[in-house]
Every structure is written in C-alpha cells, then in structure tokens.
Design a protein around this ligand. Structure first.
Ligand code: SF4
Length: 289
C-alpha cells in the first residue's frame, strides 16, 4: 500500500489538459492527408492506391472530377507516397468531427490534356476541414454546460456494431488517467436507458443491426448519435457487402461524425463535445416547444 502511494506521489499528474491546451502528438502520428489542388498534376496514382476509395475520379471528355472523402479515409498515407508531384502530404490534423457528412467531402474539377494529365484547375469545393466548433472553449465550459443542461453527468452508451476494435482501444483510453473524460462530467454507462449519447463504432454488420436499433430505441429522448471512425461513417475498409450495411447513418440518424482510423482520444473528445452542443440545442428546443 505504501509503495503504491509512493509511486502515485512520485508520478505526479499525467492527465493531459486537452482541449484547454493543444494535443501533444508524436512525430510519427498520421493525420488527414492534405491536397494541393493547384499543384496536383495527376490524381490517378493516388486514386489507384487508395484502399478505401476515398479518392475517386470521374472523367468526362476533357474534364476530370476528383472527389476526396475524409469519411472513407483511413489516414494510411499511401496517396502521399504515390503522388510524385508532391501535391499530397500527410498532416497531423485530426480535429475533423462534424455534424454534416457533406463537410467531409472535397471536390475538384480539372481540364485534361491528351495524356489525361491535369491541364488546369477549373473549380474546387473545399468545405471542411477544420474543427467545426471552438473545442477549447467548449471543453472549458463542458462541465458547466453538462450540469446546466442535464443537471447531472452526461452518460454515453457505446456500441461496437462490427469494428476491428481499433476504435474501442481509443474509446477505452478516454477513461484512463491520461485522457480522463470523467473530469468533464462525462461517463460511460452499461444500460442504454441511462444514456444521453450513443457512440457507435464499426460498420454496421447485419448481425448487429437489430441490436443497434433496439439500443437506440431504449434510450430516452432527447438523445444524440455519434458515428466513430471511417467504418462508423461509411463502412471504411469493409464498405457495404453481404455482411455489412456500411456506415451508421444507413440505420440511424447521426448527429456527429468523427473521422479517423481509429480517431485518437482527443478526436473522440472533440466529437463528443460537439455532440454535446447538439444535445443542448435539442433539450432547449424540447423545453421551448
Ligand atoms: S490516406 Fe486516405 S485518401 Fe490517402 S490513400 Fe489512405 S485512405 Fe486513401
């Protein structure tokens, strides 16, 4: 007992101060790929190696439409390696959670020359790709906000609808002393009847569809649904097939999408805080109406 106490005192505080302070990230961490559309001479090598189809091309006559979907991206970095024109590089950005699925999609249109190489950028649509909310102030206010809107802690029920468990490892990390999500007044519960938020990882497998629907139905109103990771958003590497229905929004209305494969704990926290804002809106509307 004395030894444990001694170790605890000598270790000191290990909890990170995210989001009040920026996340400390290892040099080897891979975040979202970034695309320099002006510089991009040929999207074909990147599209060919992309394992999930996050980069897709559609050629019509002398024009090419390039679509990049961060909801499918697993941050593998293969597109950056395949693009010899240095137009694609991997960043360390991970705060990509959004309430709108369309915010995760970029499109660009190019004129093509006779060799099917880009011959000028005609148009580019860049929505995304920055934190949709002020995470820092949301984080600072989280405890007060949770208490104000709920009068108690925020309760989350997590459902693995068919994931590889990569997302679960990161979700579990939220409860360790480093990320310590309970400091915000947020905790995970076993029963959906006690939950305000449903956090779903994995593509929705056909075997888990009914369990997921029943879990959602068992939750009291108002409630919010958060889709975790590339699989939760779109089916990811598994896609849609005989065993998988694809993303969570194929089955349930999703309030917040958290990209990544898997999203790191701070990315999950950002998404949860964003969803908390949605829950507050819903509660406010319920009380007003
Ligand atoms: S980083 Fe994303 S877009 Fe690039 S190849 Fe991997 S999955 Fe595709």
């Amino acid at each position: 007992m004395f030894k444990i106490l001694q170790k605890t005192l000598s270790t000191g505080t290990v909890t990170v101060n995210y989001p009040a302070q920026p996340a400390r990230i290892s040099d080897r961490f891979r975040g979202r790929p970034s695309f320099d559309f002006e510089k991009w001479k040929d999207a074909r090598p990147a599209a060919e190696v992309c394992p999930t189809g996050a980069i897709s091309l559609s050629d019509k006559g002398d024009s090419r439409r390039v679509t990049v979907d961060y909801g499918l991206c697993v941050f593998c970095g293969l597109c950056a390696e395949a693009s010899s024109d240095q137009a694609v590089h991997i960043t360390q950005e991970f705060e990509l959670a959004t309430a709108e699925r369309s915010n995760l999609v970029l499109t660009a249109e190019y004129a093509l020359n006779a060799d099917r190489i880009h011959d000028g950028l005609r148009r580019v649509d860049r929505h995304v790709v920055k934190a949709e909310t002020d995470v820092e102030s949301l984080g600072q206010k989280a405890r007060g906000t949770i208490h104000k809107i709920l009068g108690r802690s925020l309760a989350i029920r997590e459902v693995d609808a068919g994931s590889c468990n990569g997302c679960e490892l990161e979700i579990v990390a939220l409860n360790n002393p480093i990320y310590d999500i309970e400091r915000f007044g947020i905790h995970f519960v076993a029963s959906p009847r006690h939950a305000d938020m449903l956090l779903v990882s994995g593509p929705v497998t056909r075997n888990m569809e009914l369990a997921l629907l029943k879990t959602h139905r068992a939750m009291a109103e108002p409630k919010v649904v958060v889709a975790v990771g590339a699989c939760g958003i779109s089916g990811g590497i598994f896609g849609e097939n005989y065993a998988s229905l694809g993303g969570v929004d194929k089955v349930l209305p999703v309030d917040v999408y958290i990209p990544g494969c898997p999203p790191r704990p701070q990315a999950l926290l950002q998404g949860i805080l964003l969803a908390l804002g949605r829950l507050a809106e819903r509660l406010h509307n319920d009380r007003a109406g």
